[in-house]
Structure formats: structure tokens, C-alpha cells
Design a protein around this ligand. Structure first.
Ligand code: IDP
Ligand code: MG
Length: 150
């Protein structure tokens, strides 16, 4: 069973698209095993986007990502990383296929709504930046909450 880090960035929150994004990911069979609101400080943002340090868009990305709270989640499932990535669509929404989150809901590469880890190794590192082990709570699929014990 694989885990991945998903963020609904504040462009997504401000546009009221969190439910839509979560719904699409849950509909693919991924379980939300952790979720919270958080505001990234510069240290956490730099760790999270470390591979992009020095790129032309890095400064703008830092400014954007630290400017308002966002929603972070850990999703779990078979091939959670790849399933999340292909549900999100490609980085530039202009190239993203219709049917993907970015292809249907975004137009601007700097406002592409979501983050998803790009490999299981990256996922592990990214989850550790934002969640303590106690905050990630797996639960069984077999629970039947609609049946009252008598
Ligand atoms: P990803 O989010 O699809 O994994 P990354 O290459 O990891 O894409 O880039 C992280 C984020 O940085 C992107 O989601 C996007 O918001 C921003 N970004 C990446 N490339 C560019 C660019 O060329 N111009 C502006 N922003 C970019
Ligand atoms: Mg990435």
C-alpha cells in the first residue's frame, strides 16, 4: 500500500474547489488517512520545493505558496503516487488532458490548484515535512458505520 502527499493550494481553496478535488481523488479509490489546513513558512516551503531552488519561477512559487493557508492530505492506496498524478494532469494546465483536475479546472501553470508527490521516495520525504506519524490514521474499509450495535 502506497502513500502520497496531496496539497490543495490556496487558489483551489479560494475558488471553492476543495470538495471537487477531493471527490475526484476519492472516486479513484484513494483513502484520506490524514488531512489538515496549514500555512507554509519559508523553511518548509524551501524543503518541499528543494528540487526547484534556483529555477526562474522559484521566487514566485515561494511567494505564492507561503502567502495563505492551504490544505494538506496524505492519500493511501495501490499506486497512490501515480494514480494521484494522472488524476491531477500535467503541470501546465494548457497541456493537461480533459478529465484531469488541472485539464478541467485550471489554465495557469502557476495556479494549477494541486500538488502531488512525484515518486514514492519523494512522497515519504514530503509527508514527513508536514505530518507527524500520529497524524496519519489508517482505517479499515470493512467498518459498517450505518449499523447500530444493539
Ligand atoms: P508538479 O506540480 O506537476 O509536480 P513541478 O515541476 O514539481 O510540477 O513544479 C512545482 C510547481 O511549480 C508547479 O505545480 C507549478 O505551480 C510551478 N511551476 C513549475 N514550472 C513552472 C514554470 O515553468 N513557470 C511557472 N511555474 C512553474
Ligand atoms: Mg512536483
Amino acid at each position: 500500500m502506497e502513500r502520497t502527499l496531496v496539497m490543495i493550494n490556496h487558489d483551489g481553496l479560494q475558488r471553492g474547489l476543495a470538495g471537487e478535488v477531493i471527490s475526484r481523488l476519492e472516486s479513484r479509490g484513494l483513502k484520506i488517512v490524514a488531512m489538515k489546513m496549514l500555512q507554509m513558512d519559508e523553511a518548509k516551503a524551501t524543503r518541499h520545493y528543494e528540487p526547484h531552488v534556483g529555477k526562474p519561477f522559484f521566487e514566485g512559487l515561494m511567494k505564492f505558496i507561503t502567502s495563505s493557508p492551504l490544505r494538506a492530505m496524505v492519500l493511501q492506496g495501490e499506486n497512490a503516487v501515480e494514480t494521484t498524478r494522472n488524476t491531477m494532469g500535467t503541470t501546465n494546465p494548457l497541456d493537461a488532458s480533459p478529465g484531469t483536475i488541472r485539464g478541467d479546472l485550471a489554465t495557469d501553470i502557476g495556479r494549477n490548484l494541486v500538488h502531488g508527490s512525484d515518486s514514492p521516495d519523494t512522497a515519504k520525504k514530503e509527508i514527513e515535512i508536514f505530518f507527524s506519524p500520529e497524524e496519519v490514521l489508517d482505517y479499515p474499509r470493512s467498518v459498517e458505520p450505518w449499523v447500530t450495535e444493539s
